[in-house]
Structures are given as structure tokens and as C-alpha cells.
Design a binder for this molecule. Structure first.
Ligand SMILES: [Fe+2]
Ligand SMILES: [Fe+2]
Length: 176
């Protein structure tokens, strides 16, 4: 596992927190591809160790994805609203992406939460591929366009404040 849900050492820089979560999600996208391969090989139902790994993955992603969306929408986006038409347009697209991802995640999480029966339903593959594709596209949008665009809009001390707000969210939720 690349990253804990709470990257405690990095809260001093909100930009770095977001970046690290993205790296972590890319790692889990490759793990999900592996689950799909095992689906085709029909080797999940007989492998309880692997089933446990899938369950850990689903628990991690469930926490991390929703936390990450809160970090962006509650801690970062308010600093950027009404900066420019371009940035406002980006924020709207990213928020839409989040809702789409959360919706498809519900279906995927239901499959992943009972790994012993994943192999019985072809729909798992379609849902998993859709989630992976959407998440990859979303991370590319943020890493390649959005974050480079907004990095210099905010001062280093504002990125620090944003990191502290993220930390504050976790305190409020009793995570750290
Ligand atoms: Fe993100
Ligand atoms: Fe996002």
C-alpha cells in the first residue's frame, strides 16, 4: 500500500496531499486490473487470501475516495471560485466527475465487498472497467491540466492553509 488514508507528514502542503492521493489511486487502478485478470482466470472464489486483499482494497478506496473529494471540494475549491471563467469551468467539470465516480463506485463496491462471488457476474467487468476509465480520466484532468493551472494562482502560504484545513476535516471526523 503506497499511502495511508491520512498522509500526516504532508498536511503542510495541500498541493502535495492531492498529488499523493492521485498516485495512490493510480496504484489501485492497476490493482483493480489485476482483479479483472483473476476474474477471467476464475481464480478468486478459491483464494481466500486474495479475497481478503480485495476487501482491504475496497475499505481503503471507500475511505480515501470520499475523503479526497472532500479535500478538493471543501478545502481547495473555495479558494479558486470566481478566479476566472476558465477555472470556474474546470471546477464544475471536476465536481461532476466526482458525483459520477461516487455513483459507479457504489456498484463496484458492492461487488468487491463480496469477493467470493465476484466471478459469478459478468457485469463486474463492465463496472470495474468503467470505474477505472473514469478515474484515470479524472486524475489525468487534474494532474495534467487543473493542478498545473491553479498551482501558481495560490501562494505557498495558501497551500499551507489548505493542507491544514484537510487535516482539520480529519480531526472533525475523528480520523486523526
Ligand atoms: Fe483529485
Ligand atoms: Fe477530483
Amino acid at each position: 500500500m503506497l499511502l495511508q488514508v491520512q498522509p500526516k507528514d504532508y498536511f503542510a502542503d495541500g498541493y502535495q496531499v492531492l498529488w499523493d492521493y492521485h498516485q495512490c489511486f493510480l496504484y489501485y487502478i492497476s490493482e483493480l486490473k489485476h482483479v479483472e485478470r483473476r476474474f477471467y482466470q476464475q481464480t478468486i472464489a478459491s483464494d481466500t487470501n486474495y479475497q481478503q486483499k480485495i476487501q482491504q482494497m475496497v475499505m481503503f478506496l471507500e475511505d480515501a475516495m470520499f475523503q479526497h473529494h472532500k479535500d478538493e471540494e471543501l478545502c481547495l475549491f473555495p479558494y479558486l471560485k470566481q478566479y476566472s471563467y476558465l477555472v470556474d469551468g474546470m471546477l464544475a467539470v471536476l465536481e461532476n466527475d466526482h458525483r459520477d465516480l461516487e455513483q459507479i463506485w457504489q456498484e463496484l463496491a458492492a461487488f468487491l465487498s463480496s469477493p467470493s462471488t465476484i466471478g459469478e457476474n459478468e457485469r463486474f467487468i463492465k463496472v470495474s472497467q468503467t470505474y477505472r476509465r473514469w478515474l484515470e480520466q479524472h486524475i489525468a484532468r487534474e494532474n495534467d491540466n487543473f493542478l498545473p493551472e491553479v498551482r501558481s494562482i495560490l501562494l505557498p502560504e495558501q497551500w499551507y492553509e489548505i493542507g491544514k484545513k484537510m487535516e482539520g476535516l480529519r480531526h472533525y471526523q475523528g480520523i486523526v
